[in-house]
Design a protein. Structure first.
Length: 188
């Protein structure tokens, strides 16, 4: 039986629950593109079945921040996903902030092991600094999923170089996440 991966492309294309903006880019556009490419990679491998939270660029989830997050979690839970991967970009008041980090509900856990592998995959693919795996038990999508869940902060949209690479080469980040999943599942 195929491993079911739920790919949550963080944020909505329009309010409510839109993402960060920086250097002329929008988080929700970057996460959409990375998610679509990650699904394509996974779907080429018979070991996987995927579902996207935003199957189209215009897919809008919920009517508030809370209902948007709830819709993503409920969809993953009702589908019976084996893993939940939420894709985001980070932001800072400083344009010098750099790097990739992955957030989990708790560590150690299966999610934290997956997070470590995905983090390394993205860092290897992008060359961004490794900011580590961090616990964030207050995040709704990590707290309310029935399966191991991770939230990947690809890089900083507030950093001009990182924003440009994320926006212009989403396949690079999808490949990094994919490689991390393969390593975690000993499929590489």
């Amino acid at each position: 039986m195929a491993t079911k991966i739920y790919i949550d492309q963080g944020h909505n294309p329009e309010p409510p629950n839109t993402g960060a903006e920086g250097n002329g880019y929008r988080e929700q556009d970057i996460t959409y593109e990375v998610g679509v490419r990650l699904a394509q990679l996974l779907n080429q491998n018979p070991e996987f079945e995927t579902r996207l939270s935003r199957p189209t660029r215009g897919t809008q989830l919920g009517t508030s921040n809370a209902s948007s997050l709830r819709a993503r979690v409920n969809d993953a839970n009702s589908w019976g996903a084996d893993y939940f991967i939420s894709i985001h970009t980070n932001s800072s008041v400083s344009e010098n902030a750099r790097g990739t980090e992955v957030l989990v509900y708790r560590s150690p856990s299966r999610a934290a092991s997956l997070a470590q592998n995905v983090l390394q995959g993205v860092v290897d693919a992008s060359g961004f600094p490794n900011r580590g795996v961090k616990q964030r038990p207050g995040l709704y999508v990590l707290r309310n999923t029935n399966m191991p869940a991770i939230l990947v902060e690809l890089g900083f949209i507030s950093n001009p170089q990182e924003a440009s690479l994320m926006a212009n080469n989403p396949s690079l980040f999808a490949r990094g996440i994919y490689n991390g999943i393969l390593n975690y599942l000993n499929l590489s």
